[in-house]
Ligand binder design. Structure first.
Ligand code: G1P
Length: 301
């Protein structure tokens, strides 16, 4: 499949503090959701959406991520010699993702904010638009979220943010878009994002979730934010600030994504994502649903 967008960035340089102590020794991107580490869901979503060039930005010791995607012919050969064909196939198929998605890793040093890994990766992208997906969201959708974003970009030729309807009580967890116009079909013209407003200050009932199509113009704004940060290192370099600076003069769109969304950023959200993935699993789902029914009366409330 050919698309206008071939490249994607997965920022995986964060500390995962909100999931401690789970993330003390295991990168948050490697925590399982269903029978896969969460970052594998993101990589598969990108490949299924036609992306052929994935940059994973890492810092500190995230070698487990590389080890997970690295082809391991010796292990495959051993499993085949032992007659364990299904396990061998599974290991081989995961290693193939590296080639199919042409995964490369970029090591980041220095100040961190969620804009920094995006700028570091985009320095190599020239004039190409690209996708950014946070690795802690899991989508269950007929059309992958990334493909929905690419389709929106093909209509607008401008930066597009993935949005989902939000419970007003959740506004302090997300960037909330200021909507200028509803264009139909889930497409919204937006004038910016307000980060984590109180419910009474939320400008709309949508949340920006971790998915963006960005253009070189937004990268220029990230460069400018970074230059200012280096002159005066206060706070961090945030993608939202760059998007807002860009949106002050040019068109930015939001696309309301069709599908179910599980954010794994905190303990309750992570447990919810695991539970939902278990219930939806094609092989194990029926048994998990029976288990849930059997335990429905457990507990005191
Ligand atoms: C970031 C973005 C925010 C967005 C959220 C989605 O916030 O700044 O706009 O709603 O991701 O997960 P963070 O969760 O990194 O604080």
């Amino acid at each position: 499949m050919s698309t206008t967008i071939r490249r994607a960035v997965i920022p995986a340089a964060g500390l995962g503090s909100r999931l401690l102590p789970l993330t003390k020794a295991t990168p948050k991107e490697m925590l399982p959701v269903g029978d896969r580490p969460v970052i594998e869901h993101t990589v598969r979503e990108l490949i299924d959406s036609g992306i052929t060039d994935i940059t994973i930005v890492v810092s500190g010791d995230k070698s487990q991520i590389q080890e997970h995607f690295r082809p391991n012919p010796a292990l495959v050969a051993q499993l085949r010699a032992d007659g364990k064909q299904a396990y061998a196939d599974a290991v081989e198929e995961v290693g193939e993702l590296s080639r199919r998605g042409h995964i490369t890793y970029l090591y980041q040093h220095g100040p961190y904010g969620n804009g920094t890994p995006v700028l570091n990766a985009a320095r190599n992208f020239g004039d190409e638009p690209f996708l950014v997906l946070w690795p802690d969201d899991v989508f269950v959708a007929d059309v992958p979220r990334a493909r929905q974003l690419i389709a929106a970009f093909e209509q607008t030729n401008a930066p597009v943010l993935a949005l989902m309807p939000m419970d007003p009580g959740d506004s302090q967890r997300y960037g909330v878009p200021v909507v200028k116009e509803d264009l139909g079909g889930g497409s919204l013209r937006i004038t910016g994002l307000i980060e984590k407003p109180k419910p009474e200050d939320a400008p709309s009932h949508y949340a920006a979730i971790g998915g963006y199509v960005l253009t070189p113009g937004v990268v220029d704004e990230l460069r400018e934010q970074t230059r200012r940060y280096e002159e005066n290192p206060v706070g961090e370099v945030y993608l939202t600030d760059a998007i807002n600076a860009y949106a002050a003069h040019r068109a930015v769109y939001g696309q309301v994504i069709q599908g179910r969304w599980y954010d794994t950023g905190g303990h309750l959200a992570y447990l919810t994502a695991q539970f939902a993935a278990a219930l939806a699993h094609p092989e194990y789902g029926p048994a998990m649903r029976r288990l849930a029914q059997d335990h429905a009366g457990d507990g005191t409330d």
